[in-house]
Ligand binder design. Structure first.
Ligand code: G6P
Length: 608
């Protein structure tokens, strides 16, 4: 949700900022802009509605030479999409520029106050007030002025400020929105996430809420909002710049689908052993886990569907009530939360505002919080008592794929580990799970191979009026996720339903133009699923079935079959979703959609 990048150092700032913006574009892409203080000491600003490519064209490929600058790619919240509302924003003198991600909640009051004080605000954004507040507070030291301005802001922000008169310096701050500092050899960076700067440095500081960072070439000083110096560790990014490149694939999404076997392997590394599963990250809180009598999972979007699998397993394996909750609804009707409640916050980015807010509430009420996330140093890791990482590597496509399968896998491992600790599962059950887990990466490879036919299939279904996805038990989250993929990237309407509910309303949508997609892998509910599939066929709907290799009868009921290898039911969601991801991908490609950056979406949603 908006990407920020900043640079100060001996290299050309313009190309570094544009490269960073391209890498951050998945966070928001309705407008983009950069500001530079040129070697001649002049301020240069260019900003455009549209994608980063529009900005690059406007620059004619050659931004002015400069050693310092900041850039922004926007996902609009306040103010429509226009050149004027694009960031950076400036003060009245035109010497101060600001980029911002988040929402200044009291911006109306601040705008009125600033206007009454003689300031002229040019845009409709909340961000612009920051530039004018810094202008009022500036007495020759940018960091002091920014800290003073921050005292006036309510809401959430990651922001970076530059002053034309201090041309080697940038000042950034964060509150509830991510911002990191990159520390290179004689150069320094700001970025919303590591993908923007890993090509230049792997040394980063994950700023904490309330931090203000003052960077100059090769140095970074972090203080609190009152100027008190803070010590912050320098972390090393564990992946390479190539990991965030397309690597020969046409889209990031396709690359990330193909990375799933590796991602599953990596998520299990060091965690799955002969005797069972062990996640060392939860060792420090094992005493508290011994008393758990309820589990609440909190998540949004794809992570919520992964959490549905987690909830089934916590309930089955721990024998306590467990529920998956949509994070944005959680606070309106929270369940009883106390010290015996285990809350599992599942979030790829670790920055989703709704998930963080819900988790915070649970923590305030004394619950034990475990974060399941892909992002080291993210906000959720600070809210949680323990964080378990997906280890999936960077995911760039807006539509989540490899982080879905690794979320499901990590929740399987977490539930198994805690159940084992509490003695709720037999040794034989554990051993059976370990065997199935070890086979999973190769089976995912096989599922990708078997899904080769989805490209041709998609061409026959790309003009459908909509889709109905159904599943039961562990097939249900796969159906929901499959429907979400279609919606997100092809803009076709798709419903995901518990198969038993089909007859209670949605069946009326089925006809020759609305195919039924059924997750019908081998399971205890297989026969019931077949009945639902036949209900669809009887209404002239074309039927696509995801079925287990070797199933001899499914072809008589389905128009098309996507085969997946056999596995334990709790792991079946992981394999079943693979052909559905590829199907959605090829439908979107056939419809000419922008697969990696679908309209209206952003990968990381840092507003509530
Ligand atoms: C956005 C993304 C989704 C994602 C959801 C939750 O809406 O477009 O793909 O599932 O946020 O993100 P999180 O980072 O919390 O998993």
């Amino acid at each position: 949700m908006c990407g920020i990048v900043g640079y100060t150092g001996p290299r050309e700032a313009g190309p570094i900022l544009l490269d960073g913006l391209r890498r951050l574009e998945y966070r928001g892409y309705d407008s983009a802009g950069i500001a530079l203080v040129t070697h001649a000491g002049e301020l240069f600003v260019e900003k455009r509605a549209g994608k980063v490519a529009v900005l690059t064209d406007a620059l004619g490929g050659e931004p002015p030479t400069a050693g310092v600058g900041l850039g922004h790619t926007r996902w609009a919240t306040h103010g429509r999409v226009s050149d004027l509302n694009a960031h950076p924003h400036s003060d009245c003198t035109g010497r101060i520029t600001v980029v911002h991600n988040g929402i200044v909640e009291n911006f109306r009051a601040l705008r009125d106050e600033l206007a009454a004080g003689g300031h002229v605000l040019a845009s409709e954004t909340d961000t612009e007030v920051v530039a004018h507040l810094v202008e009022d507070a500036y007495k020759g030291d940018l960091a002091d002025a920014v800290r003073s301005a921050l005292h006036r802001l309510e809401g959430a922000y990651a922001l970076v400020v530059m002053h034309q008169d201090e041309p080697d310096r940038l000042v950034g701050a964060r509150l509830n929105v991510p911002l990191i500092v990159g520390v290179g050899e004689g150069e320094s960076f700001f970025a919303s996430d590591a993908s923007a700067l890993v090509a230049y440095t792997k040394k980063v500081i994950f700023l904490a809420d309330g931090d203000v960072a003052d960077i100059r070439p090769g140095t970074a000083v972090v203080t609190d909002i009152d100027g008190m110096r803070l010590e912050r560790l320098v972390d090393t990014i564990p992946w390479s710049a190539e990991a965030a490149e397309k690597g020969g694939y046409e889209h990031f999404m396709l690359k990330e689908i193909h990375e799933q076997p590796t991602a599953l392997r990596s998520a299990m590394a060091g965690r799955v052993r002969r005797g069972g599963v062990c996640l060392e990250e939860i060792d420090p809180i094992r005493d508290r886990l011994a008393n758990v009598n309820r589990v609440e999972l909190i998540a949004c979007g794809t992570a919520y569907y992964a959490s549905l699998v987690g909830a089934q397993l916590f309930q089955d394996w721990l024998g306590v009530p467990a529920r998956a909750n949509v994070a944005s609804e959680f606070r309106y009707s929270p369940p009883p939360l106390d010290a015996r409640t285990l809350v599992v916050a599942v979030t790829q980015s670790g920055e989703t505002a709704d998930t963080i807010a819900a988790t915070r509430l649970a923590r305030e009420r004394g619950s034990i919080v475990i974060a399941v996330t892909n992002t080291v140093g993210s906000a959720i890791t600070r809210e949680a008592h323990a964080a378990v990482f997906l280890q999936a590597g960077p995911e760039v496509a807006v539509a989540a794929t490899k982080t879905f399968v690794t979320q499901v896998l990590t929740l399987v491992m977490l539930a198994a580990d805690i159940a084992q600790q509490l003695g709720r599962r037999t040794k034989a059950e554990e051993e059976e799970l370990v065997v199935a887990l070890k086979a999973l990466p190769e089976q995912a490879e096989r599922a990708i191979e078997l899904a080769g036919a989805t490209e041709e299939m998609a061409s026959r279904y790309a003009e459908a009026a909509g889709f109905m996805y159904i599943g039961r038990a562990f097939g249900y989250p796969a159906a929901l996720e499959g429907a979400l993929k279609i919606k997100e990237i092809s803009y076709l309407h798709a419903e995901g339903y518990a198969a038993g509910e089909l007859k209670h309303g949605p069946i009326s949508l089925l006809d020759a133009d609305v195919p039924l997609v059924a997750v019908a892998t081998r399971s205890a509910v297989y026969e019931k699923l077949i009945s639902n599939l036949m209900e669809g066929k009887a209404r002239d709907a074309r039927v696509i079935a995801v079925a287990t290799e070797g199933d001899k009868q499914i072809e008589q009921f389905a128009t098309d079959v996507c085969w997946v290898p056999d596995t334990l039911e709790p792991l079946s969601t992981i394999l079943a979703v693979i052909p559905l991801q590829l199907f959605a991908y090829y439908v979107a490609v056939a419809r000419g959609r922008d697969v990696d950056q679908p309209r209206n979406l952003a990968k990381s949603v840092t507003v509530e």
